[in-house]
Design a protein around this ligand. Structure first.
Ligand SMILES: [Zn+2]
Length: 334
């Protein structure tokens, strides 16, 4: 073989290798990899009125409730952990308001009357629902979304603040454990406003996110029949599918017989373990009880549930194998 032939063979091999490399780049991402982590920018707005009659302390302090910033940090750490490092929330703005959020009919509590109602557990204003448009305007939320300064909003307040646990706004917003917020099409993308209660703990914050996840996954899989609806399969529990439980939903662990019953000691069969090998869902059911998801503790159950959501690269039928992608960014949902 001449030197010239050898050189031709070498250059042909090189160009073939380049073609192969290019075609790999063009094709779908390989299945089973670790998705590239995302950071989501959050505006935190804390409604925490000053109580003059109680030495000028803040409402959350007077009532000895959770500290909003500790809740935020605990929640962010949990979400990062249970999304296997994918979902990273970053608080880029923190606003504290001394006011009471104004309700849809224009009503707002004074701090003294609110404390009186709270201590007697009576007299709360109806309708309870907050005026979201007033909040959106007051804090200039749509402009911040449009210039990319923030991706979502976390409201913190007390019970009876009138917030939904989550609500979606922007063009094409859909049900997110609440009806979509109308008249927000001047936003250039969808965004979620979370409503947290600092009377409660991180476990309840995770539950708000869990209901958001349930709503969004229902929407992602809305065109799939029962047989090829992976989300519906993930959500099975014994009461709805006797003997065929998988992971369940927020309110129902595999063996729950009523809402919030994460501490049920009855053993049922569940195939939850197969979700650790997603997309291969072969495998036998095992007998499980409350000890598998923390013994009944809310935060432990919810972390267990989230950690089993599909979280790998790849897709089937146009739907990602990384469900977190949809949960943290509803603009990824078609
Ligand atoms: Zn709930």
């Amino acid at each position: 073989m001449s030197f010239k032939n050898l050189k031709n063979i070498a250059s042909e091999a090189l160009s073939k290798a380049k073609d192969v490399a290019a075609s790999i780049q063009k094709s779908d991402e390989p299945v089973g990899g670790v998705p590239v982590a995302v950071t989501r920018k959050v505006s935190v707005i804390v409604f925490n009125p000053i109580v003059k009659s109680e030495g000028g302390r803040k409402l959350s302090e007077v009532l000895n409730w959770s500290k909003p910033d500790e809740l935020t940090q605990g929640y962010i750490a949990d979400v990062r952990e249970v999304s296997h490092g994918y979902a990273n929330y970053s608080v880029v703005e923190r606003i504290e308001s001394d006011s009471f959020p104004v309700k849809k009919d224009g009503f707002a509590y004074t701090v003294d009357e609110f404390l009186k109602y709270l201590r007697s557990n009576t007299g709360f204003h109806k309708p309870d629902e907050v005026d979201y448009h007033r909040i959106v305007e007051q804090f200039d939320i749509i402009a911040k979304i449009n210039r990319g300064a923030i991706d979502e909003v976390w409201l913190f307040a007390f019970p009876y603040a009138g917030f939904y646990e989550s609500i979606m706004a922007g063009p094409g917003a859909f049900w997110c454990n609440a009806p979509p917020l109308e008249n927000t099409d001047s936003a250039n993308r969808r965004f979620v406003i979370m409503g947290y209660n600092y009377e409660r703990q991180v476990g309840q914050m995770l539950e708000n996110l869990g209901h958001r996840a349930e709503s969004i996954m229902d929407h992602v899989y809305r065109h799939r029949g029962e047989a090829d609806n992976l989300w519906k399969r993930f959500a099975r529990y014994d009461q709805t599918h006797p003997g065929q439980a998988e992971v369940g939903v927020m309110h129902f662990a595999p063996n729950s017989t009523k809402d919030y019953e994460w501490g049920n000691k009855t053993k049922v069969k569940s195939r939850y373990r197969t979700w650790e090998n997603f997309p291969n869902l072969d495998g036998e059911a095992i007998e499980v009880d409350h000890t598998y998801w923390g013994g009944g503790e809310i935060r432990a159950h919810h972390k267990w549930w989230f950690s089993l959501l599909p979280h790998i690269t790849g897709s089937a039928g146009g739907l990602s194998y990384n469900w977190w992608k949809y949960i943290v960014d509803p603009n990824e949902v078609n």
